[in-house]
Design a protein around this ligand. Structure first.
Ligand code: SAM
Length: 292
């Protein structure tokens, strides 16, 4: 087996050889602990049938561990300076394709034509923290059927994504992700295993695609609009937040009141106390009572 990229000494050697300097603006914190990489691969339950998408391979620390276990790996890296580095560090592997592009700009469906055989598609990545949420939503809302995601992010964001109702961390992001996926935190990663060290600890979040969305809604657009509106001002009641987003005229008030009543939800509650089921009930009532 080839020598691991992800040891502190080999990482420094590679960075020095290529004269690489970190760009904070691109969220570059490289992992230097092979045991953690092994744990990530194990958590994702990758085998030789699995096709893996990686976001931000950096110098290839995680990529090579994925390539050893998976069928194929497709990795998207935005930083042009890393492309020749990756060509060098990943040269021993013939099942990796590195695409030089911004993950938010790629057509995932088209890019995954690279995968030569059908098999589960999993996203495994140490995400650039400055765009964790846009990346998650880009992948979840793409046409691509991603079966599972095992992704590293700031611990606080992982807590928000997997949060349950009536907790401080619960919000529209929890709902947006949990609508599609079952979310749980797999383990915590201390900041000491990165070069350079980030300011906060990280967490590995495991998301498994539900067979069908968590709740049945007549309009996803209405559902997501409602869940965003309900959390705009966390200290306000649901009623106040709804008025602020939908309008305060009499017709809108009557529409909101009827729908809340039908959904059996007390307008004096705070948004953070509503479960996904309750949001779905309210969203379906709002949709049904819309004036034609
Ligand atoms: N996977 C490597 C590791 O674990 O050591 C590096 C992870 S580092 C936290 C994030 C990586 O994402 C960097 O290589 C950075 O250049 C890349 N990146 C940042 N923004 C990106 C984007 N929009 N699209 C693709 N890659 C991006």
């Amino acid at each position: 087996m080839n020598k691991d990229i992800a040891t502190p000494s080999r990482t420094r050697e590679i960075l020095q050889k290529h004269g690489f300097s970190f760009k904070k603006s691109l969220g570059q914190n490289f992992l230097t602990e092979p045991n953690i990489l092994q744990k990530i691969v194990k958590t994702a339950e990758i085998d030789e049938q699995t096709n893996v998408i990686e976001v931000g391979p950096g110098i290839g620390a995680l990529t090579e561990h994925l390539a050893r276990a998976a069928h194929q790996v497709l990795a998207f890296e935005i930083d042009d300076r890393l492309i020749p580095v990756l060509a060098d560090t990943l040269s021993p592997y013939d099942n990796i394709k590195v695409v030089h592009n911004d993950i938010l700009k790629v057509d995932l469906k088209k890019e995954t034509e690279y995968f030569a055989q059908a098999g589960p598609i999993k996203v495994v990545a140490n995400l650039p923290y400055y765009i964790t949420t846009p990346i998650m939503m880009h992948i979840l809302e793409s046409d691509l059927a991603v079966d599972e995601m095992v992704v590293m992010m700031q611990r606080e964001v992982a807590d928000r994504i997997s949060a349950k109702p009536s907790t401080k961390a619960y919000g529209s992001l929890s709902i947006a992700v949990q609508y599609y996926m079952e979310a749980s935190t797999a383990f915590i990663v201390p900041k000491t295993v990165f070069i350079p060290q980030p300011n906060v600890d990280s967490a590995i979040l495991r998301l498994v695609r539900r067979k069908t969305p968590a709740v049945e809604v007549t309009s996803e657009k209405e559902f997501f609009k409602l869940t965003k509106a309900a959390f705009i001002l966390r200290r306000k009641t649901l009623w106040n937040n709804l008025l602020n987003s939908y309008g305060k005229d009499d017709a809108t008030k009557a529409w909101l009141e009827t729908s809340l009543q039908q959904a059996e939800i007390d307008p004096k509650r705070r948004g953070e106390t509503l479960s996904l089921e309750e949001f779905a009930r309210l969203s379906n009532a709002l949709e049904a009572n819309k004036a034609n």
